[in-house]
Design a protein around this ligand. Structure first.
Ligand code: ATP
Ligand code: MG
Length: 408
């Protein structure tokens, strides 16, 4: 007779796990919130950015630079501007220049300029009426506030893809408003970050040319660049001698096809977790392979946190259709049917077609899914939806487990 292994009580498993030594010294430098002190591979871009903003510290009030930054996922757009903003403020301090850097993630505000400006204004005043203002008026209030308080602001609009999709026209106001106040010092500079440069084509010519005048493109990282980035993080977060040199280049190679530093760092962190869970004394290739198997960019927490319930249900529907059909794309019609079924399953009232269509466009704008118009092989013209960033089955499992955790 085969003896069944005794089942350890959960508390014992947890106690046992935590009592084992970890190969990590400090996980924080591998977290999403960590702002590295150095940016290997981005020195040139940092230098150029500083050059573009030179006049803001040299001759405050004379010019207000407007800079566009673009690049694929994980190419360091956010970290570049945060590092720049933070260090720029430090530089301005001894010069007695009242300079602030305000970082806004447009995705968090669903691309609404009104909500974004409200958030910006909260930095300066708590006493403006909540309703009855247009975003243009809020912008004027903001400029008045800056004048009253003798402040200069670098406003960074990160993930502005969402803003352009939702209300591209409002960028015109942002880029032009100060010209409508001639003779007064300019106090608001802009850094706009977009992943998809193509989106600019939808803007008016004047805004396009303003933004394209100062453009910084971030290429995907090469394997050697990723290796340098990883090496710095290894030194900060792992105990000495626990991560062999060859493994750092192994991870860099794995992430190089995407050129995505976030993915590389996540592989390192998760690999370390696998090593710890096994009680290993150092990181091994199989820990990293295991990590690669379980980390698909689209399934990462930072992507999911901005999806609303219906967007998640649509994504779940799409994953189910794709998994069943084993095709590259699913038609919008099939996805909608599956979406309604998913709503029913979770006892949620489904949204009407136009709203679903809007959600699909949101998901497309934030890169979660891809859309295209059918050509051959379909009856009539229909929109086709696809996901290229993870297997459909992985997306389905991920979403289903999420619903189980959050649904009553
Ligand atoms: N040159 C670099 N040096 C050190 N760390 C970097 C560098 N570039 C990126 N990183 C790190 O990689 C991760 C991803 O970078 P970041 O968030 O800036 O990418 P992004 O281009 O904004 O991506 P997304 O398009 O998804 O917003 C972050 O943890 C960041 O700290
Ligand atoms: Mg970013």
């Amino acid at each position: 007779m085969i003896e069944k292994p005794a089942l350890a009580p959960p508390a014992e498993i947890i106690r046992d796990t935590l009592s084992k030594p970890s190969i990590f010294e400090d996980e924080q430098p591998l977290s999403l919130e960590y702002l590295p002190t150095r940016l290997p591979g981005r020195e040139t871009q940092l230098r150029f950015l500083a050059e573009l903003f030179r006049s803001v510290v040299d001759k405050p009030g004379t010019t207000s630079p407007k800079v566009l930054i673009t690049g694929d996922i994980g190419t360091g757009k956010t970290v570049l501007i945060q590092r720049f903003g933070t260090d720029m403020i430090r530089t301005a301090k001894p010069l007695k220049l009242n300079l602030r850097y305000i970082h806004i993630n447009c995705r968090e505000y669903r691309g609404s300029l009104f909500m974004i400006l409200k958030r910006v204004l909260q930095n300066f005043t708590t006493t403006f009426p909540q309703r009855g203002f247009s975003s243009e008026e809020l912008l004027q209030i903001l400029l008045d506030q800056l004048e009253d308080k003798n402040l200069h602001v670098i406003l960074a609009l990160d993930e502005a893809d969402m803003l352009i999709k939702a209300e591209g026209g409002s960028l015109y106001n942002l880029t032009r408003i100060q010209e409508e106040r001639p003779g007064r010092p300019t106090r608001l500079s802009l850094i706009v970050v977009v992943r998809e440069l193509k989106l600019l084509e939808g803007l008016d010519r004047s805004t396009q040319s303003t933004l394209q005048r100062n453009i910084i493109r971030l290429d995907r990282y090469s394997a050697p660049q990723l290796e340098t980035i990883l090496r710095e993080r290894v030194d900060l977060s792992f105990k000495e001698g626990t991560v062999p040199e060859t493994l750092v280049s192994f991870i860099a190679d794995m992430a190089a096809s995407q050129g995505d530093a976030r993915y590389a760092i996540e592989l390192l962190w998760r690999g370390g977790k696998y090593a710890d869970a096994e009680g290993a004394r150092e990181l091994k290739p199989d820990h990293v392979r295991g990590a690669a198997n379980s980390v698909y960019p689209i399934l990462r927490a930072d992507y999911a946190q901005h999806l609303n319930l219906h967007e998640k249900l649509i994504l779940l529907a799409l994953a189910r259709v794709l998994e069943r059909s084993n095709e590259n794309y699913a038609t919008m019609g099939d996805v909608e049917i599956a979406y309604r079924m998913a709503c029913e399953e979770h006892k949620i009232t489904s949204r009407a077609h136009t709203q679903v269509w809007k959600y699909v466009q949101n998901l497309g704008a934030s890169g979660v899914l891809s859309t295209q118009i059918s050509t051959a092989g379909y009856r009539g013209k229909t929109t086709l939806l696809g996901v290229a960033t993870a297997p459909a089955s992985a997306i389905r499992k991920w979403l289903e487990s999420g619903f189980k955790a959050t649904m009553p």
